[in-house]
Design a protein around this ligand. Structure first.
Ligand code: CMX
Length: 427
């Protein structure tokens, strides 16, 4: 018998397919004009993708299935998965069923550990994470069924199967990578715990406060619509009908970049550098000079700015509330607070910066550090465990409605030069 999540999707998929057909009947209608700056500037603002799991608006930030993320910060990551996929929060029974389904699939095949243990010790944890996922690809049900001639209508069901298997294993894989990284033995999963609490204890950090931080962390990072580097990459790879293991690993490889998910690592480095430089929390005036100096040297201010947002990231605010409650007297938290008082005003004076406000990466690292998770280069793995919820959900939904392979047109510089209006002084 299918689980509660699959049953709910079986109810919903026909309606979503119908909607897509209705829209396709309007296929020739025009939605937007394309500017040269968009072609040359990462397609900023161009509505060229459909993503139903969440939207990010400049003034509100992340809204998951119609609910602002600030209203979801007390939800479990498992509830977020159900919400992302179905558009509804699960009731008690459906949630218990999903948790049971995840814990029953959580065992990690031994070969994954052998592969990870064979890597040089200084391999970046994000590279290890990606390698682990690719090692698990041999288990793909989608690939096997595809080879056996599975009909298109069933693609999403095999993809769901792969995604549940993949997601169920991620906390143990990610925690195992952490323990390997710090030279400690792996800790066994405790299936009676929820996803966040089990992950926390497998990392080796005990206590309800850290479990609560992990739940919050996994909930807040779960999705950020479809156009960010990790989601877009994962979608592109998935659109070739590569299975979930390939698609999610590809997305995580994008997340590993310093302008994307790695910014949380960079951000904490930055806060610690400030602490070292001033021998503690600097005054606002000292901090202001430090920031100006950094900008003059052409460096970015990690954790500030965003390609879409134009307000303080609500995920920053949710972490800040947590910090206010549990880390108020922590020096790093105070530096983070002081940066918030200083950086936006300075960035506002830089005409080129579109968004002077903090994003989620400005604060998450200082909270992790407070609980003794001091391996910065591991932080993006935590982000990745959470973001895989969104990547998988997007992949399943795309398979359900039959989104085609991605193939935008590229143009050459010569083509652009020929198509822009010739300046009057030239002619
Ligand atoms: N510090 C200094 N300069 C910044 C800046 C910052 N925090 N944010 C933007 N800028 C600069 C850009 O580098 C760009 O400079 P150039 O014109 O010289 O290339 C200019 O301002 C315009 O950028 P933008 O349109 O405001 O922002 P983008 O969409 O190009 O980039 C982002 C967005 C996040 C990459 C950028 O703000 C940045 O590098 N921030 C710091 C890194 C960071 O926190 N990344 C995490 C983002 C969240 C995530 O995806 O995980």
């Amino acid at each position: 018998m299918p689980g509660a999540l699959k049953s709910k999707l079986q109810q919903k998929v026909p309606e979503w397919r119908k909607q897509r057909q209705e829209l396709l009947a309007h296929g020739e209608e025009k939605l937007a004009d394309l500017k040269v700056i968009q072609v040359m500037g990462g397609l900023r603002g161009l509505p060229g993708l459909v993503c139903d799991t969440s939207v990010v608006s400049p003034d509100q930030g992340l809204v998951v299935r119609g609910i602002p993320i600030g209203e979801l910060s007390n939800r479990l990551p498992e509830e977020m998965l159900y919400l992302l996929l179905t558009g509804e929060l699960p009731g008690r029974e459906a949630l218990d069923d999903l948790r049971q389904e995840l814990s029953s699939r959580a065992r990690i095949p031994g070969y994954v550990w052998k592969v990870l243990e064979a890597l040089p010790h200084d391999t970046h944890p994000m590279a290890m994470f990606s390698v682990a996922l690719l090692a698990l690809e041999r288990e793909s049900v989608f690939r096997r069924h595809y080879e056996d001639g599975m009909p298109k209508e069933q693609y999403w069901e095999s993809t769901l199967e792969d995604c549940l298997q993949l997601l169920a294993r991620l906390p143990a894989v990610a925690a195992g990578i952490y323990r390997l990284h710090i030279g400690q033995a792996r800790l066994p999963s405790r299936p009676e715990l929820d996803w966040g609490a089990d992950f926390a204890q497998m990392l080796g950090v005990e206590g309800e406060e850290f479990a609560q931080l992990m739940r919050l962390y996994l909930t807040l990072h779960c999705d950020h619509e479809g156009g960010n580097v990790s989601a877009f990459t994962s979608h592109t790879v998935g659109s070739a009908l590569s299975d979930a293991y390939y698609a999610v690993a590809a997305g995580l490889n994008g997340l590993a970049g310093p302008l994307h998910g790695l910014a949380n690592q960079e951000s904490l480095h930055f806060v610690l550098d400030i602490e070292n430089h001033f021998g503690g929390a600097p005054s606002e005036a000292q901090l202001s000079g430090y920031i100006q100096d950094r900008l003059q040297h052409g460096q970015v201010i990690p954790g500030y700015g965003h390609a879409v947002l134009r307000v303080t990231d609500p995920r920053y605010s949710a972490f800040h509330q947590f910090g206010e409650r549990y880390c108020r007297n922590e020096q790093l938290f105070n530096i983070v607070d002081r940066l918030f008082a200083v950086v936006p005003n300075i960035l506002k004076q830089q005409a080129r910066v579109q968004d002077p406000w903090p994003n989620v990466d400005a604060i998450s690292g200082s909270l992790l550090y407070h609980y003794g998770l001091k391996e910065f280069d591991y932080y993006t793995v935590l982000f990745g465990v959470s973001r895989a919820l969104g990547l998988c959900s997007q992949l399943i939904l795309n398979r359900a409605v039959g989104t085609p392979i991605m193939r935008p047109k590229s143009v050459s510089t010569r083509w652009l030069l020929e198509h822009v209006t010739v300046p009057s002084h030239v002619s």
